[in-house]
Write a protein that binds this ligand. Structure first.
Ligand SMILES: [Zn+2]
Length: 352
């Protein structure tokens, strides 16, 4: 049976933009902290436009924005009746954009999405059954709305990731399963990162790897081990923040830039992370290093924006529609080398 995703990965890089939660929040269409993707119902054009911007920047996958759009979260905000409309709307928007790929680009793949439920608990069979039902209904809607592939992401319990994969595989669609170990550097149910990825491969995932929570510095060491341990394709979708060995995830990342206005809730996550943002070159270098290791499924998670997706795509040799507008310092009014830039301006550059 042909596998559209694996066929493409066998030929080269596949780019997947993630991080819709942070970007929609930054654009003013979602409450931070609560993080419910009501945007697919409240402002569908805003979501469609963000998909198009990521597509323009080189994303090959249009991932339906159903992250946190699960029954439990809808219960938390008292809007359970909107669960199915929210999911279907997000899926329809993603499908519409995926079917409308810019000329010269390979057709996009629309991905259905399930993620960490936040109610999964070891040895709590009742909670686990609840999660299974949540995943099943969401995958059902994704298949219904024409998903080309399925992404299960941001799992920090190994068993929850296995359950997600089991349900995703019943659809027969290509599957991506990426995990997100927290600060203890292992899954919350005790399994190591590498063993979890090996097990996911054994259970039939087409792509295994890591997404979210970790910046390039603290994700790369695990990617190297995962790449060496599995034969299948590997995915790498870090957050663009400067995490470190002392603070491996963005949850407890301190502000080391002498912040005079700390957040009222006492931590930089998720609203005061800006000073720890990675620049585009750091993200491009990460993508190149990963691709050189034969990691072909690449993207950026929470904190991503179209500029970083373009940087990721270009770092692995792709030319994308947004490449037309890549940086051109040549014509800068003070730092450019263009002959028309007056000397009194170029001379002043270091005093500016
Ligand atoms: Zn994320």
């Amino acid at each position: 049976m042909s596998n559209k995703l694996v066929d493409r990965l066998n030929k080269g890089p596949v780019i997947c933009a993630e991080g819709f939660l942070f970007e929609i929040e930054r654009r003013g269409y979602m409450a931070s902290g609560e993080f419910v993707p009501m945007v697919s119902l409240d402002h569908p054009h805003v979501l469609e436009n963000l998909h198009r911007e990521f597509q323009h920047a080189g994303s090959d996958v249009v991932e339906a924005f159903t992250y946190n759009g699960h029954r439990e979260k809808m219960r938390v905000i008292g809007k359970e009746e909107l669960l199915e409309p929210l999911n279907r709307s997000a899926l329809k928007i993603a499908k519409k954009v995926a079917m409308d790929t810019p000329e010269g680009m390979a057709p996009n793949l629309m991905a259905g999405n399930i993620s960490n439920s936040n109610i999964w608990k070891e040895d709590d069979k009742k909670a686990q059954l609840e999660v299974e039902k949540m995943f099943s209904e969401m995958i059902g809607w994704a298949v219904d709305e024409g998903a080309d592939m399925l992404i299960g992401e941001t799992f920090y319990y190994a068993e929850e990731a296995f359950k997600a994969l089991e349900i995703m595989k019943k659809s027969g669609l290509p599957t991506v399963l990426t995990i997100s170990p927290m600060g203890e550097n292992k899954m919350r149910d005790g399994m190591s990162v590498v063993d979890t990825c090996k097990e996911l491969e054994q259970r039939g995932a087409d792509v295994v790897g890591l997404n979210c929570f970790r910046g390039p510095e603290t994700m790369m060491p695990y990617l190297k081990k995962v790449r060496a341990a599995v034969k299948c394709h590997v995915g790498a979708l870090p957050i663009p923040y400067r995490t470190s060995d002392d603070h491996p995830t963005f949850f407890n990342l301190p502000d080391y830039d002498n912040c005079k206005c700390p957040s009222p809730h006492g931590r930089t996550f998720p609203t005061a992370l800006d000073p720890m943002f990675c620049n585009r070159y750091e993200m491009g270098q990460f993508a190149k290093d990963a691709y050189d290791m034969k990691i072909n499924y690449l993207g950026v998670c929470c904190g991503a924006n179209p500029m970083l997706i373009r940087e990721t795509a270009e770092a692995v040799g792709l030319k994308v529609p947004a490449s037309k507008y890549r940086e051109n310092m040549e014509n800068h009014f003070m730092y450019g080398k263009n002959k028309r830039i007056p000397k009194h301006m170029t001379d002043y550059g270091n005093k500016a």
